[in-house]
Design a protein around this ligand. Structure first.
Ligand SMILES: NC(=O)c1ccc[n+]([C@@H]2O[C@H](COP(=O)([O-])OP(=O)(O)OC[C@H]3O[C@@H](n4cnc5c(N)ncnc54)[C@H](OP(=O)(O)O)[C@@H]3O)[C@@H](O)[C@H]2O)c1
Length: 254
């Protein structure tokens, strides 16, 4: 089966491409540096020829509110219209657990717009909602900086390894469309502030993490369970300590 992975050179996308190839599929990594750009439309019609499934794991290169919204709206519109012309049978997109509850955040308004376009299109689809990646904990700290400190609310979340995200997305890509949302998450719950503090300490990152019940998450108010998946979520197997013990997880770039 030919499966085009938009954002197939990224953190999740490159793993999805490898997993699909390991299972014998013709997985094509599509991104600007492979000649496919969903914003300009460059290379899109060509790469979609003969594709049964499109997996969209791209992300906006710029994270200010206006750029994110413009990226997800333009990219998703271009993708879906080209998929309709190429008679693609399944559009799979990666989004985030709780997206619909986070509309006060500019980033999540972009993801909400992306999901709306997918639901309203004629292409059968599955939206995969994943929790925060272990690999993103430092990025999360960068996101939450104010006055030189990391401000985080002590709410629950259930993060997961990028490798398990990619396995979950690849599994969905070779399954029939759900025409709805599939949630995936890690095996353990943590408190957001404690987990980021622990990760920064492991990375010898000296930034202080301030526990602040009023701190917003990416600009949105959150309560105890806002970031948690529902009871039907599929559990990834990698525990945080196991991920940490694997080579590479200690590097500051993670
Ligand atoms: N961070 C988290 O904890 C989290 C949790 C749940 C879900 N997600 C979702 O996961 C998705 C992927 O995240 P990631 O960390 O794997 O992203 P990433 O590493 O930043 O990769 C983004 C990919 O998008 C590609 N891209 C950018 N502009 C493009 C364009 N105009 N046309 C085609 N491709 C383009 C990039 O290609 P180039 O490298 O060539 O620019 C790259 O391959 C995102 O949609 C995000 O919302 C994230």
């Amino acid at each position: 089966m030919k499966i085009v992975v938009i954002g197939g050179t990224g953190r999740i996308g490159s793993k999805v491409v490898n997993k699909l190839r390991e299972h014998g599929h013709e997985a094509v990594a599509a991104a600007p540096n492979t000649g496919v750009n969903t914003i300009t439309g460059e290379g899109l019609a060509e790469v979609l020829k003969g594709a049964s499934v499109v997996v969209d794991v791209s992300d906006s290169p710029a994270w200010d509110d206006a750029s994110v919204l413009k990226f997800f709206e333009t990219s998703t519109r271009n993708l879906l219209s080209n998929e309709a012309a190429a008679r693609v049978g399944h559009h799979v997109a990666l989004s985030v657990v709780g997206t619909d509850r986070l509309s006060e955040s500019g980033y999540f308004r972009g993801k909400i717009a992306q999901e709306k376009l997918i639901r309203e299109s004629s292409i059968p689809y599955t939206i995969v909602h994943a929790t925060q990646f272990f690999e993103f904990l430092k990025g999360l700290a960068d996101w939450q900086m104010a006055d030189g400190k990391v401000h985080l609310p002590p709410v629950l979340f259930q993060p997961m390894a990028a490798d398990d995200v990619a396995s979950g997305v690849a599994r969905v890509a070779v399954s029939p469309p759900a025409n709805g949302i599939v949630e995936i998450c890690g095996p353990e719950q943590f408190r957001l502030d404690e987990m980021v503090r622990r990760r920064l300490a492991q990375l010898k990152d000296p930034r202080e993490v301030v526990t602040d019940p009023n701190a917003r998450y990416s600009g949105a108010k959150v309560s105890e369970r806002t970031l948690l998946p529902g009871s039907n979520a599929r559990l990834g197997e990698t525990r945080f300590e196991t991920w940490l013990a694997q080579s590479g997880a200690q590097r500051p770039a993670a």
